[in-house]
Design a protein around this ligand. Structure first.
Ligand code: NAP
Ligand code: ZN
Length: 354
């Protein structure tokens, strides 16, 4: 197996992604090497390669919604064997010793976790993500994809799935809870499916009514357009939890007004620009403004098992590698139903037994 593998990379903020090659590390004692079959396109990939979140380490090979098959395991690996169906999300390493790592919340590692791409790995090299033929990851950061989930619909669960599952669990989405999901994109559509499967009553708040039928089919009982100012009067004080999945800044005061007493607005959307809040939006109904980032490995496996049990994959549009740049434009235009997933087999030109 060659360590030189084909990938797609952004070479700078202003250029389209182009074919590229990367060098994988040797499979160490605790490592798993994965033949990547599918990689989802997350809006975070676009924020990163366009340098919206601070200086990127070009060339950037994005992709943190990885699904594939194990092709090699290190001598000390116990959890995985060659041929296993596995996934990798946004994290590939953490200290493993701090208070947060010990309780399975590696995303909040006190000593700094290592993200799947555009980060400095513990070997000092820049990490490279899933728009590639293969990846080598330490086994602690690899999840098992249950047999009931196809690899293509499972890939987006590794980010869009866990990022929405974690705050829904954290804030008690379930029977008797009124949950609103803002933004029906990659994260939003998974939030609707998951909250519905948890037993909550789900409302979608989308810019327009264009995707209303889809939203209801995904499990929502109501669907409102936020471009209509009447929405904000009609729904005032009506939710226990609002999950904001929007990639652009929102008028948080307007959305906080939709919460009942003790209601929580949790944001997972990560626009580059700051958002402001009036104190009154919080204190009059003792409301909570919260946020969270992805989820730990234990919870990610729990989410995958939950999805298999409830037959929840992502709703996807599979594309070849040559359509990545076009897909980015469509994500930016909110024209995605509901996750682009790259079939990486098109990288096989020049494939070196990867
Ligand atoms: P996406 O597929 O592009 O979905 C975002 C949705 O937001 C769009 O489909 C659209 O929904 C809505 N939207 C877009 N622009 C808007 C605007 N100007 N005003 C109001 N609504 C707008 O993106 P995604 O992959 O789901 O990611 C969403 C955000 O979450 C990104 O910022 C991403 O970086 C972030 N993220 C955070 C985490 C985390 O751990 N916290 C993890 C992954 C991603 P409608 O058409 O329905 O209005
Ligand atoms: Zn993501």
């Amino acid at each position: 197996m060659s360590n030189t593998v084909a990938a797609y990379a952004a070479l700078s903020a202003g250029e389209p992604l182009v074919p590229h090659t990367i060098e994988l590390r040797e499979v160490g004692p605790h490592d798993v090497r994965i033949d990547i079959k599918f990689a989802g396109i997350c809006h975070s990939d676009i924020h990163t390669v366009r340098d919206e979140w601070g200086p990127a380490n070009y060339p950037v090979v994005p992709g943190h919604e990885i699904a594939g098959i194990v092709t090699a395991v290190g001598s000390a690996v116990t959890k995985f064997a060659v041929g296993d169906r596995v996934g990798v999300g946004c994290l590939v390493d953490s200290c493993g010793e701090c208070v947060n790592c010990r309780r399975g919340e590696e995303q909040y590692c006190v000593n700094g976790n290592v993200q799947t791409y555009n980060a400095v790995g513990r070997d000092g090299k820049i990490t490279q993500g899933g728009y590639a033929q293969s990846v080598v990851v330490t086994e602690r950061f690899v999840c098992r994809i249950p047999d009931g989930l196809a690899l293509d619909v499972a890939a987006p669960l590794l980010c869009a799935g866990i990022t929405t599952y974690a705050p829904l669990r954290r804030w008690g989405a379930g029977p008797g809870k009124r949950v609103a999901v803002v933004g029906l994109g990659g994260l939003g559509h998974m939030a609707v499916k998951l909250a519905h499967a948890m037993g909550a009553d789900v409302t979608v708040l989308s810019q327009s009514l264009k995707k209303r039928e889809d939203g209801l089919a995904l499990g929502a009982t109501a669907y409102y357009a936020t471009e209509d100012p009447d929405t904000f009067t009609a729904l005032a004080g009506s939710f226990d939890l609002i999950l904001n999945t929007v990639s652009a800044p929102l008028d948080l005061d307007a959305y906080l007004g939709l919460l009942a007493v003790d209601g929580v607005l949790s944001t997972v959307g990560a626009p580059a620009e700051p958002m402001s809040v009036h104190a009154g939006s919080l204190l009059f109904q003792r409301r909570v403004l919260a946020g969270s980032i992805i989820g730990g490995l234990r919870e990610t496996q729990e989410m995958l098992d939950f999805c298999a049990e409830h037959n929840l994959g992502a709703q996807i549009e599979v594309i070849g590698v040559e359509r990545i740049n076009e897909a980015y434009e469509r994500v930016l235009a909110s024209d995605v139903r509901y996750r682009f997933v790259i079939d990486t087999s098109g990288l096989s030109q020049g494939r070196s037994n990867g």
